[in-house]
Design a protein around this ligand. Sequence first.
Ligand code: CP
Length: 312
Amino acid sequence: MRFAKKDILDIRSLTKDEIAMILDTAQGMKEISERPVKKVPTLRGKTIILFFQEPSTRTKLSFELAAKRLSADTVSIAKSSSSIVKGETLIDTAKNLESMKPDVIVMRHSSSGGAFQVAQRVGCSVINAGDGTHAHPSQALLDMMTIREAKGTLENLNISIVGDISHSRVARSDIIGLSRMGANVKICAPQTMVPMGIEQLGCSIAPNMDACVENADVIMMLRIQKERQGNLLFPSEREYAALYGLNRNRLALAKEDCIVMHPGPMNRGVEIATDIADGDCSLILDQVTNGVALRMALFYLVAGGSRHADAD
Ligand code: CP
């Protein structure tokens, strides 16, 4: 199968077969990071620009490591050290980046739609590393990879997503992707954090946390995004932890082999208890490990793989 996409902007625009192809490719890439010499020549001569206008630890570093493990050259530009602070627009910045002939621009932007705007105006590939509250496709894909690795399939799994849904691009991308791959997705949050019409993305809304996690195969906890909330959308962190935090009692309602995930960064003691975050059910650091392989797969598919030549 040929991977025909120029850009990876959201999950909605990927078919079930394309998602499966990305996950299979990522699984194949994973062992490269286990080798004594963690480098293959696949993208030698390619240039990748990392353009992050919001803070990031996991996404930025794993995209950079992914590029380097495929032998691509990488350069970074951050908002604070770019001419955006002098008033240059996003599109002017992007056109200037394009003029330096990169093969891929990876971008994180605080505005929903930022990556779409750039992708429409540049000839190179654009990968969305998170735009506002809209989409975080590589996170959803690495989440799917991690679940599929642990459970063997995504089909018919009961997946509970709990937390600040309203501000979460991860939740939106996960709901769309997981439901497209055949999982049953249930969400739970305080009323103030449930966006209108979220069910249309492919999930049901549980009335409370216990009902949400009961019989779950996977529980994904989300960070309270205080930086996007202005006034807090709940009375206190103590109350939030009591009503929506994952602890041992709540985990006991899920299936015995339930796995726990979190995209990071975590608010320990708020949405997730420390003994759960660090416990046997937690795959939180496996998500990070898989993030490198998944992003290697994205680079390979848009810049060096079957978009350019049929891969059997
Ligand atoms: N999961 C995630 O996007 O983390 P960072 O913000 O650290 O990249």
